[in-house]
Design a protein around this ligand. Structure first.
Ligand code: UDP
Length: 457
């Protein structure tokens, strides 16, 4: 049945790990829907996920990904780029120059057959989805041009175009274009941002952030409404935690998890040193009979991993420490932990919330990650602490309160689960599938229509 598969082209760029992660999550969700409920989702959906800037952009547009890495490290550069690009003049200028340089090459990308991306001809995707802030304005014009055979860039588009916003508590204005058919947002703040950019309320849908399969909720759980699910998830999390620790080869101890996004950014080495030393002190103090555990996930940051592992680093024997490179089972590591220390990445925050994991936010990228701090604080499942010492203080305070009635961690765990959106990925995928099937039906009807006319004539 694969030749009948409906197709979606997902436009993104690998600036940060989140856009591709969201695209992959949607692709997996389509597969799960088709496999588990073929009656409602009869057609398989094939995704053509493309980094349109790297693969099709002429210089300097094909340099976005390395440039982003540099700017993310020197955040004042990023702040300048982000803020200039968010002014009306900046937005207009960006779109103007982009159209001049990239209209042709991007059109080639959007005209490609998802089943035969290296060959020409064939059929274009039935629908286009953007999961990137810089893939709205020009792709919409190109799609219109493709649909009208080059007659117009403004009117006459028929192929559905959808934006799925992959930021959480703040987003660049370029995410929002009133010309899209639907705009999925994960939070109230971003719903308002979309409205402020004149996207019609009827086109805005709010479910949550699309994230990896390990964080979804399946089966009978999803039938339990409201508070009940929070209670049940909490109860199960307690039960699961020891088992997951065992599976990961970790000790069954109060655990702090330190991460810095896919690239291990945000100063994880100094944070790990400060937290490690503090836990060591707590464990070895004469009044304490407890021990602790720290897990550091360095992602792709090899030098951080080396700096935190022997022989460069020797941890004291009173606590257990595990230093990892990139892991593919972040859901397990989060479910095994009591406290998360992380930069304010949207994906990591949404994942932690689903796991009921209180967060200490250690840094944020100016611009799109800034709003993630109030998102966590206002939802009551974490705080911001910019210095390694401050982070260690907070860890100590939160662990100390576990012995008291109504502990901070317990309250935050509860709040995190209330804010969690574990069904978002499947919900977004269901809506997209419905749009896609409707489009397919329409096309089919049209294919048949000339025959009817001929018979009538
Ligand atoms: N991640 C992972 N393995 C690692 C480190 C990170 O799978 O070793 C994932 C993490 O679970 C999250 C994503 O990478 O889904 C990071 O996304 P986020 O939006 O937090 O930050 P970004 O890397 O995009 O700046």
């Amino acid at each position: 049945d694969d030749k009948d598969a409906a197709t979606i082209q997902i436009l993104m760029s690998d600036t940060g790990g989140g856009h591709r992660a969201s695209a992959n999550a949607l692709r997996d969700a389509f597969n799960v829907l088709h496999e588990t409920d073929p009656a409602r989702f009869p057609l398989p959906i094939r995704c053509d996920i493309v980094d349109i800037y790297t693969d099709y952009g002429p210089w300097p547009y094909n340099m976005y990904v390395p440039a982003y890495k540099i700017m993310a490290e020197y955040s004042f550069l990023w702040k300048w780029f982000y803020e200039t690009g968010a002014t009306p003049l900046g937005l207009w200028l960006y779109d103007l120059v982009l159209e001049l340089i990239c209209f042709g090459p991007f059109k080639e990308c959007m005209a490609r057959d998802p089943a035969n991306v290296d060959g020409r001809g064939g059929r274009r995707a039935d629908m286009v989805v953007s999961v990137h802030p810089l893939c709205q304005d020009l792709p919409l014009k190109i799609l219109t041009s493709l649909d009208t055979g080059g007659a117009s860039r403004k009117e006459g588009r028929e192929t559905p175009f959808v934006t799925v916003v992959t930021d959480l508590g703040g987003a660049h204005p370029s995410w929002f274009n009133r010309g899209v058919d639907r705009c999925f947002v994960p939070s109230d703040v971003l719903r308002n941002a979309a409205l402020a950019r004149n996207v019609e309320a009827s086109k805005i849908v709010q479910y949550g952030l699309p994230i990896r399969r390990g964080f979804w909720r399946f089966g009978s759980d999803s039938d339990i409404p409201g508070g009940a699910i929070v209670e049940r998830t909490k109860a199960r999390a307690e039960m699961d935690r020891s088992a997951i620790r065992e599976r990961l080869g970790l000790s069954d101890l109060p655990t702090v998890l330190i991460v810095g996004g896919g690239d291990g950014m945000g100063g994880i080495v100094s944070q790990a040193r400060a937290v490690g030393e503090r836990l060591q002190k707590l464990a070895s103090s004469s009044s304490s009979s407890s021990s602790y555990q720290m897990v550091v996930v360095c992602g792709n940051n090899k030098s951080a991993q080396t700096a935190l592992s022997p022989p460069q680093m020797k941890w004291g024997g009173d606590i257990d420490v595990r230093v990892q490179g990139f892991v593919n089972n972040m859901d397990d590591f989060m479910r095994a932990s009591d406290i998360l220390v992380t930069k304010a990445g949207p994906g990591t925050i949404a994942e932690a919330s689903i796991c009921g994991l209180p967060c200490i936010l250690s840094s944020f990228l100016p611009g799109q990650e800034e709003g993630n701090v109030p998102y966590v604080v206002d939802n009551g499942f974490g705080c911001y602490q910019g210095s390694p010492e401050g982070i260690a203080d907070t860890v100590e305070e939160w662990f100390a309160s576990t012995r008291a009635e109504g502990s901070i961690l317990e309250r935050m765990r509860h709040n995190a689960l209330i804010a969690a959106r574990p069904d978002a990925t499947l919900d977004i995928a269901k809506d997209l599938a419905d749009m896609l099937y409707a489009r397919r039906e329409e096309l089919k009807k049209r294919e048949k229509a000339p025959a009817v006319v001929a018979v009538a004539a």
